[in-house]
Design a protein around this ligand. Structure first.
Ligand code: MRU
Length: 349
């Protein structure tokens, strides 16, 4: 499997693959402050919930090393607060960002001389654990799938990019798809283009092709037709935040696919690590939804397609009610027909 430096530690800096330039160019940037990392998250150099969490954790570490080079730091909490706040607000919906910051924050209270190294070690642990989680999710999700009785290859649809590019490696939804291929043999994938930012067309189709998958790209509005013609055996997506009751915030358009999947009796699987589940948010109604620039909708490849003066609605995510989710697939196991009780039980297991 192709491994990308989505957000890694290299030579004392945070290295990230610039996903804005894919699939045309594979360019890496090195960052040496949390403010630069926050800007890179905001600008979507790195994107995808678990990858944003890794980037934020390395951003904290690189900031601590930067401050330590300037001079001795006695109060790390005060010294790091501006950086933590900048990172926290870089993007609002993917809860992994805040989760990573909260995981690192207690380390700021330790022996001052050791803080930068301890932050780095924790960031490395988050990165390692994310890959292991993706592998576990992959196995758990693949176990829910089987080859169609006709003997033709299993056909899976995915939306946005929830792959190696959106995680430390292997992917959540694409992790399930990878594991399904390992378990069941050939798998064909329908990737939706994912208007307006085109993560499906630019990233998923590219990532899967590099791994030798049979991948078919379609526009988002073709999903209903594809399902009605029996082309899709299951839909597998990732998540940016799952509320305590199992409602799923994911890339805009996910909700439509979930409704269509239910209409056609097709399983709708959501793969996400526990770090994406936000028990502090009771339902999807409480999940903040990022709204992005109007140009993403009015323009295509820098060229204006809509008339000047047209108003634009551009939410980057939507919420799929838990009742439309066949199963949540996590590194700790599968939650069938998620609801508040079943989601909580996952954390108590
Ligand atoms: O705006 P993006 O590209 O960061 O949105 C990403 C998604 O919506 C993914 O589906 C989600 O983060 C799951 S990633 C494993």
């Amino acid at each position: 499997m192709t491994v990308f430096d989505v957000a890694v530690w290299r030579d004392g800096k945070v290295r990230m693959l610039d996903q804005r330039r894919l699939p045309g160019e594979e360019i890496y940037h090195d960052y040496d402050s949390a403010f630069e990392v926050a800007e890179a998250i905001r600008e979507m150099v790195v994107r995808g919930a678990p990858a944003i969490g890794c980037a934020a954790a390395f951003g904290m570490a690189v900031e601590a090393f930067r401050l330590a080079r300037i001079g001795p730091v006695s109060d790390w909490i005060a010294a790091m607060t501006p950086a933590v706040e900048r990172l926290r607000h870089a993007r609002p919906t993917a809860v992994n960002l805040v989760w990573a910051l909260e995981r690192l924050k207690p380390l700021l209270s330790g022996e001052p001389g050791e803080v930068p190294m301890r932050l780095l070690q924790e960031a490395e642990a988050i990165h390692r654990e994310d890959i292991a989680s993706c592998r576990a999710m992959g196995a758990a999700g693949a176990a829910l799938l089987s080859r169609p009785a006709s003997g033709r290859p299993l056909s899976l649809m995915t939306h946005c990019n929830a792959g190696a590019l959106a995680t430390a490696g292997y992917g959540t939804a694409l992790g399930v798809i990878r594991a399904a291929r390992e378990r069941l043999g050939e798998v064909v994938v329908y990737a939706t283009e994912t208007r307006p930012y085109l993560q499906g067309a630019r990233l998923t189709a590219w990532e899967l092709r590099r791994d030798g998958f049979d991948v078919t790209l379609m526009t988002d509005s073709m999903a209903g037709h594809a399902m009605s013609r029996g082309l899709v055996d299951a839909v597998v997506v990732g998540a940016d935040r799952v509320a305590a009751n199992g409602d799923v915030a994911n890339k805009i358009g996910t909700y439509v696919h979930a409704v269509l999947a239910r209409r056609h009796g097709i399983p709708f699987l959501v793969a996400c690590p526990l770090s994406t589940i936000d028990l502090a948010t009771a339902t999807g109604a409480g999940i903040p939804i990022e709204e992005r620039a109007a140009e993403e909708v009015t323009h295509v490849m820098g060229r204006r397609m809509a008339a000047e003066g047209v108003k634009v609605f551009n939410p980057a995510f939507d919420v799929t009610p838990a009742e439309l989710v066949t199963a949540l697939v996590t590194e700790r196991g599968v939650v069938h027909a998620p609801d508040a009780l079943r989601v909580r039980a996952l954390f108590e297991s």
